[in-house]
Each structure stands twice: as structure tokens, then as C-alpha cells.
Design a binder for this molecule. Sequence first.
Ligand SMILES: Nc1ncnc2c1ncn2[C@@H]1O[C@H](COP(=O)(O)OP(=O)(O)O)[C@@H](O)[C@H]1O
Ligand SMILES: [Mg+2]
Length: 297
Amino acid sequence: MYMAGKGGVGKSVCSAATGLWASGLGKKALVFSMDPAHSLSDLLEVDIGNRPIEIREGLDAVEPDVNAEAKKFYERYRNLFKALFEIMEFQIRPDDCGVMPGVGELIFMDRLYDVYIEGDYDMVVIDSAPTALVLPLLKLPELTTGIVTRLLGMKSKWTKIFNMLDPGFGDAVLAEVRRLRSKAETMRNALIDPETTSITVVLIPEKAAVLESERLINTVESHGVTVDSIIINHVVSGCDCDYCQKRMSAQGGYVSHIKEKYGEKRIAILPSYGEEMKGKALMEVARELYERGQLRM
Ligand SMILES: Nc1ncnc2c1ncn2[C@@H]1O[C@H](COP(=O)(O)OP(=O)(O)O)[C@@H](O)[C@H]1O
Ligand SMILES: [Mg+2]
């Protein structure tokens, strides 16, 4: 399950709540943070790190460390990096590869691929990065095709030259390129398969957030991926004070707009709780979403 949306709208809260609910149903779940500004540790009140850690029975969480992963990624594709950068006489340090355009996404993809193939979990909730990074995983085909076709394109020309420079080097590069492409294809196929992946967009009923979410949904759906559900978070209700009445009437317009425009999707409403949702309070969110049947698991 991929939880998408702008920064600060409640993706991590909804991801953690979803993981808690899944484990309560007896599933083995993992919440996987893709946002470099990890916040799961804070929400779940456990120090989560680069390796999955048990939050409670049936629920693990992981906050991959981008720098550590960049180093591992560099090691895994050492020949590929050497080929790409040494020919261009461009020096790169392993820790730097994560900040190269497109590579950060590939690093997360590589890590997610391992989780997917190991198959230890019944459900993986991906707590994604803000939409500014526009669903990086869905752009994998273009990313890898970009990087990879450039290399595959030079197969005939360069494999031989690389092999002459250093016996076996050309073949090693080619093997790494193929491995990377095959992983990216596997993950892309898993992400666009509605039987495997469902995408939920979290938003708040305010103009900028609604507009940005509409753009996000367009982008995702133009990649052939359907957004199944929308969570409208921070909805105010049940107060007669002037301030809340004003907010309710403004929010009401956006809520009906979303309901009309996306009638074919599941739409869940989450109240504004008036306190930070963390620790035990996350169960409240889970009940609101799943026990009340607003979303399906
Ligand atoms: N419905 C809600 N009511 C009250 N506080 C909320 C609600 N949803 C989220 N929060 C709080 O808002 C902050 C941002 O939520 P978070 O899930 O971290 O957003 P995101 O992951 O989208 O950046 C957190 O401190 C969280 O506790
Ligand atoms: Mg978050």
C-alpha cells in the first residue's frame, strides 16, 4: 500500500495506523519510510533505524538511512558506476551517489525490491516522500531506461573496449545493468498491478493541498496506475464556535468537490483530533479508517 501526498498532511500517521490495524488482523506488516525526513520513530515512539524493528507483534517498521544505502548501492553496482563516471573522468564517492539525480530513487527501489522478493510480509505500507518528489517509484521505468539504455546502447561499442581495458570489466558492467533493469521492471510491474499495490492519497481540505493532490492523481494515473482511495484528513466538525464554523464551511466545499470528482474512489474522512496523533492515539486513526469501514484492507 502506497501512501502518497503533500508534506505534513498525515501520510505517516495514516501509514502507521494502517500497519497497526493490519497487525491487529493477524497480518505481518511492515511500514517502510521513503521520506528522508523520517517521522515514524517519533509517531510510533520507538527508535527505528535502517533495519526493520518490531513495533509490536506482527508489525515492523524501517526508516532506511539514505547515506548507508547509497554506499551499499554503490558496492552492488560498482562496475556500473566506474564505467559511467570514469569514462567521463568524473570522480564520485560512494556516499555521494545518493544525491545524483535519479539515483536516490533507484536506491529506495533496490531496498524495496529486497523486501518484495524476500516476501516476509503480508503487507508493506510505503510511507512516501512528499509529492514534490512526484512518486519517484512510478518514474522508475523512465529513470532506469534513461540510465540503462545509455549503457545498453553502448553495449556493442563499449563492452569490447571495457573488456580490453580490463578483462571481464565490460561483461561485469553489462551484468549489473541487466540486474538493475530487471529489478526496476519487477518493481514497476508490482506497483502498477492493482492486485499487488493500492495507492492512497492523503490530503487536507484546503485549496493548495487539493490542487496539488489533483495534480498528483493526474500524474499517477497518467502512468497507468490507479489511485484507489483518498483520505481527507483534519476535517473539523461538531463545534459551534465562530472559528470552527468558518473552517467547516470552507472545508465542506472541498470535501464535496473531492467526493464529486472522484466518486469512483473510496473516500475516507479523518477528523482533526486537536492533539498530536502519536503512540496509542494512532489506534484511534486506525479504527476511524478501517473499523468504520471507510477503507478496506
Ligand atoms: N487528524 C489529525 N489530527 C491531529 N493531528 C494530526 C492529524 N493528522 C496528522 N496529525 C499530526 O500532524 C503532523 C504531521 O503528520 P504526518 O503524518 O507526519 O504528516 P506527513 O507524513 O504527511 O508529513 C503530526 O504531528 C501528526 O501527529
Ligand atoms: Mg511523513
